[in-house]
Write a protein that binds this ligand. Structure first.
Ligand code: ADP
Length: 335
């Protein structure tokens, strides 16, 4: 589709170029013939200007014929040059226009492809729980001995699938909303971000007997949007709890270095393989270990959201991890 559009756009560019080229050629031709006329005013004027009786008619006619033929040759040379120039514009310009059209359309093509990939991935992720729910309900309805207890169990399972769907659609909505994000110039206290994120994750950590320690330097601030920064940190903290065995520890530290304020979240969890580290910030990516981990439900959109929020604050997230040992995620924010 984009190849065809590039060709069409190149055709349009080339047509504009050719119209301009032909317009100039026409003018050049007009000006040159006027100039030639000045050099050779034409048979009648020559006859008027030549002193009477000084040349015999044969010499005079030969002189005029020679002048006329020179004028013709000069005109032909100009036409030849102009045709060559226009041909060169047509061929060279055609190639150049196609190249320019490809360049113009490249970013649009890339974002179109990304959108297509995203739509396909999102539909796939949405379909999985819906299909699971549909088949469970169908099986239950076909069961003639369906008891109230079994039906309740069924509804409970459907509720869980619905909770996953809600989480996924909220994640997708958040990603879409971040497109219109405008960075505020408010100062945000780092300790308040950390405390709020810990408060949100505490119930989950408590259910796994995980202790969250924090060591935060006093008076750290960054410029930005507090709710979004809390959300980014909550995602990382939530992952640290989800991908850690029970009765382990998570440590959050925050300190200032030369240019940044760094918030570091260190866990003693399952870790991430080096080959998977480069993908974990991609939308819908889940490492194998995470997929097989019981109780670590997710859709792989959390880190994509955290990364987008951090980048919108002109910061970045880095990660160091060792499978089986744990992971350290650092949010670097400009102070
Ligand atoms: P999910 O909903 O699957 O947690 P995320 O985008 O938050 O999605 O994370 C993407 C993947 O990165 C996870 O599926 C998991 O494989 C890996 N991951 C993220 N944080 C951790 C962590 N602290 N320990 C181990 N793996 C992690």
């Amino acid at each position: 589709m984009f190849h065809k559009t590039s060709t069409k756009l190149a055709g349009l560019y080339l047509a504009i170029m050719m119209v301009i080229g032909l317009f100039f050629s026409f003018n050049v031709y007009q000006i040159s013939t006027q100039e030639f006329r000045r050099g050779f005013p034409g048979r009648d004027i020559i006859l008027q200007r030549l002193p009477m009786g000084q040349f015999d008619p044969e010499t005079r006619d030969r002189f005029i014929a020679e002048q006329e033929s020179r004028l013709m040759q000069a005109k032909e040379r100009v036409i030849g040059r102009l045709v060559m120039t226009n041909l060169l514009i047509l061929i060279g310009g055609g190639i150049l226009c196609y190249f320019l059209a490809r360049r113009t359309l490249k970013p649009i093509e890339e974002s179109h492809n990304a959108l297509e990939r995203f739509t396909a991935d999102a539909s796939h992720e949405l379909r999985t729980p819906i299909t699971a729910m549909q088949s469970e309900i169908e099986v239950a309805l076909m069961d003639p001995k369906l008891t109230l207890g079994k039906a309740k169990q069924q509804l409970q399972s459907n509720l869980e699938e619905l909770a996953k769907l809600t989480a996924l659609s909220e994640g997708l909505l958040k990603l879409a909303q971040l497109k219109d994000f405008k960075l505020s110039d408010k100062q945000v206290q780092i300790d308040s971000i950390i405390n709020e994120a810990i408060t949100r994750i505490k119930p989950l950590a408590k259910s796994k007997n995980i202790v969250i320690n924090s060591k935060v330097e006093d008076g750290l601030t960054v410029t930005g949007d507090k709710p979004s920064l809390i959300e980014a940190l909550t995602i990382i903290l939530d992952n640290a709890v989800k991908y850690s065995p029970a009765k382990t520890e998570i440590t959050i530290t925050a300190h200032k270095n030369q240019k940044n304020v760094d918030i570091v979240v260190e866990d003693n969890g399952i870790g991430i393989k080096a080959t998977e580290l480069t993908h974990i910030f991609d939308r819908f990516y889940r490492a194998d270990a995470a997929r097989s981990k019981q109780g670590a439900d997710g859709y792989g959109v959390g880190l994509a959201i955290a990364k987008t929020i951090t980048e919108l604050h002109h910061g970045k997230i880095t990660v160091v991890s060792k499978p089986g040992k744990g992971s350290t995620f650092t949010i670097h924010l400009a102070s």
